[in-house]
Design a protein. Structure first.
Length: 262
């Protein structure tokens, strides 16, 4: 779906390029040059990009409130945990951390869905809506107010409700799910644009948070299996600090056979 452009110069500072996977998370995978190596599916070569590249972003697929309040709150809590895991301060995903991890995973997957499928405009009977100028509409969105145009609400304003709905469903469906901190003993991890149905969250080139997997250090072959899953689940691209440092394997070693047969 095409995105709705702002007024020239975007005077109210609405977020147009919205990160699906957070900029801070991408930055943990960057090399000394501040870049990651990215491969676009169907592309001819690997390219080097920074975390601000538009490839990582949806175009105004959700409204400003979902971006600046709902999404930011979920992201901020997760980034504190991710930094703690990365520094070695946190070694267990306990009850509190479980909620942080699952809310973030749900947000990531939901954003990817918004980017891929968009949100249809919503017509509501009995609501005519006000005659608003483009400037007035943008002021309202900046103030996190929903508006209607001729009885139709722009689809992006439904994003917040979807985020909370998917998040609640995810929690309820995974009440007994346990998460583990997984390290790469050899090699590095690949990050897809989304893991889809596989409950894996990349933290750094050597660290993942993985559902139904105890805290563990993986062999090179096991890292290769996860990287194969990342490539298979990716929609448009995948990236890493150094793709040449990321092994890829076609068959699951016994220890990961059950998990990756879903």
């Amino acid at each position: 779906m095409e995105f709705e452009e702002t007024q020239k110069g975007n005077p109210h500072g609405l977020t147009i390029n919205q990160h699906v996977f957070p900029k801070k998370s991408i930055d943990r995978f960057s090399g000394a040059n501040g870049l990651v190596q990215l491969y676009r599916k169907g592309g001819a070569k690997v390219i080097r990009v920074n975390s601000s590249n538009n490839l990582f972003c949806a175009k105004r697929a959700w409204d400003q409130r979902t971006e600046a309040v709902i999404g930011k709150s979920i992201e901020d809590r997760f980034q504190v945990l991710a930094e703690s895991i990365h520094s070695g301060s946190s070694e267990v995903i306990g009850h509190f951390e479980k909620k942080v991890v699952e809310d973030f995973f749900s947000l990531w997957r939901t954003r990817h869905k918004f980017m891929s499928e968009g949100l249809e405009d919503l017509a509501i009977n009995g609501i005519d809506g006000d005659s608003l100028t483009k400037n007035e509409q943008e002021i309202l969105e900046r103030k996190h107010v929903i508006f209607f145009r001729d009885g139709v609400m722009p689809g992006r304003f439904a994003a917040g409700a979807h985020v909370f709905g998917y998040m609640d469903n995810f929690r309820q469906n995974n009440l007994n799910m346990q998460w583990g901190i997984v390290r790469a003993g050899e090699g590095e991890f690949i990050v897809p644009d989304c893991f889809q149905d596989m409950m894996i969250i990349p933290v750094s080139p050597k660290l993942l948070i993985v559902a139904d997997q105890p805290n563990s250090t993986l062999t090179r072959s096991e890292v290769a299996v996860i990287n194969q899953v990342a490539i298979a689940r990716s929609t448009n691209y995948y990236f890493a600090r150094s793709l040449s440092s990321c092994p890829v394997y076609q068959e699951s070693p016994p220890r990961l056979q059950r998990f990756f047969s879903k």
